[in-house]
Design a protein around this ligand. Structure first.
Ligand code: GDP
Ligand code: MN
Length: 375
């Protein structure tokens, strides 16, 4: 789950990270008031969940309250990568001499948290990783020992900081690491971490990605979730307890079980097609979940066929078949459906599907081939 910069700043400030004062505004008048209170050059920043706000014109320096009001008027209501700006952050502007990068990320391959730093901050880190990977310095963090001071110092020196700045940097790296661990984040990032003209380090941008799998032990997650900015289909999937990931292909996949879903996607590929999504309904899929899954998948106009691959263990095949037939009645458009159901109550399921004149497949492979052909 992505949260807004102003929320990430709030979390970071609890770990002693150096942030300049800021407040949220929803109108230009409010932005002017905040700039007046701050009493120095302000920066007005669009609060959206997507990155690259600077390039999109969503960040403006405002030397006076008048200019803060004008900047807010421009930015509020703007669309950045399809997301409407409903709030701006008005912060004391940092007097930036140069920009660094500092981030901590859960690295699945190394099975550890990795801390990364670069002297080339402010730019897209993925881009930098492509063009000049040697500019990103990394340390692996031992899960029991945590980030060691000597590791943080080493990082600081490696990106060219002098002794004094490196001391500050070490504290910031420690705070960022603790924030990541305490909040079960998959990423905690400061880009840029600025060196100001009076030689101090200041957090200029704050980003934290929370791991939804940890929501059960963080009641605060729910209050951080921005329901209005969430993709409507991902929200529907979340509310129906479906594990859904949108992909680029044309064959929708409705499957119970993550392993079976992966295998189904592979078979679609092997048959010459491309899956439009990953979707795991979990065990015991109910008919309302099946209907939600179909609605979500078909809402994407590039989907030309849908393949159901259901293994009835806990899940009852007749329940799924009823769900499919129910959902068909409410769908906004028709698409060919190929269904493969095996397991508990599969005979009853087959009868239900035959009555509804749906394509039934006898094997996974056949289902994938039929679906690809139909698409
Ligand atoms: P992003 O584009 O969404 O990553 O937004 P950032 O908050 O990282 O801002 C993008 C760029 O705007 C930064 O790299 C800075 O160059 C500039 N910027 C943002 N805040 C300030 C500020 O307080 N002072 C100055 N001088 N520049 C800023
Ligand atoms: Mn940034």
């Amino acid at each position: 789950m992505n949260i807004h910069e102003y929320q990430a700043r709030d979390l970071f400030s609890r770990y002693g990270l150096p942030l300049l004062p800021s407040k949220i505004a929803t109108t230009p008048t409010e932005a002017r008031k905040i700039a007046q209170e701050l009493g120095s050059t302000a920066v007005v920043k669009a609060q959206v969940l997507v990155g690259g706000r600077g390039k999109a014109g969503g960040i403006k320096l405002a030397p006076s309250p008048d200019e803060a009001e004008a900047a807010a008027a421009k930015i509020l209501g703007m669309e950045i990568k399809g997301e409407k700006v409903r709030r701006v952050l008005v912060a004391t502007a940092a007097d930036i001499a140069s920009e660094l990068y500092l981030g901590a990320v859960v690295d699945r391959n190394r099975k550890k948290v990795v801390m990364m730093a670069s002297s080339e901050g402010g730019i897209d880190i993925e881009e930098l990783a492509q063009s000049r990977p040697e500019k990103i310095i990394k340390v692996e963090i031992h899960p029991f020992l945590g980030l060691q001071d000597h590791q943080a110092r080493w990082l600081g020196f490696a990106i060219g900081l002098d002794g004094e700045l490196c001391r500050e940097f070490t504290k910031i790296a420690q705070g960022l690491y603790r924030a990541l661990v305490d909040w079960d984040a998959s990423l905690a990032e400061i880009n840029p971490l600025a060196i100001t003209r009076d030689r101090k380090l200041v957090v200029v941008d704050a980003k934290i990605v929370l791991d939804d799998n940890a929501a059960f032990r963080h009641p605060e997650y729910e209050s951080l979730r921005d329901l209005e900015a969430e993709n409507p289909y991902e929200r529907e999937a979340r509310l129906a307890s479906l594990n859904f990931v949108k992909l680029e292909g044309t064959v929708g996949c409705v499957v119970n079980g993550a392993g079976l879903a992966m295998a189904s996607m592979d078979l679609v590929k092997d048959s010459g097609g491309a899956p439009a999504n990953f979707l795991d309904m979990g065990g015991g899929a109910r008919s309302d979940q099946v209907a939600a899954a179909l609605r979500i998948i078909i809402s994407d106009p590039s989907v030309k066929a849908v393949m159901f691959n259901i293994f009835g263990g806990i899940t009852r095949c007749d329940e799924v078949a009823r769900g499919i037939v129910e959902a068909m009645k409410t769908l906004p458009r028709e698409v060919p459906l190929v269904v493969r159901l095996v397991g508990t109550n599969e005979e009853i399921a087959r009868e239900i599907l035959a009555k509804a004149k749906m394509m039934a497949a006898n094997s996974m492979k056949e289902a994938a081939e039929l679906a690809v052909k139909a698409s």
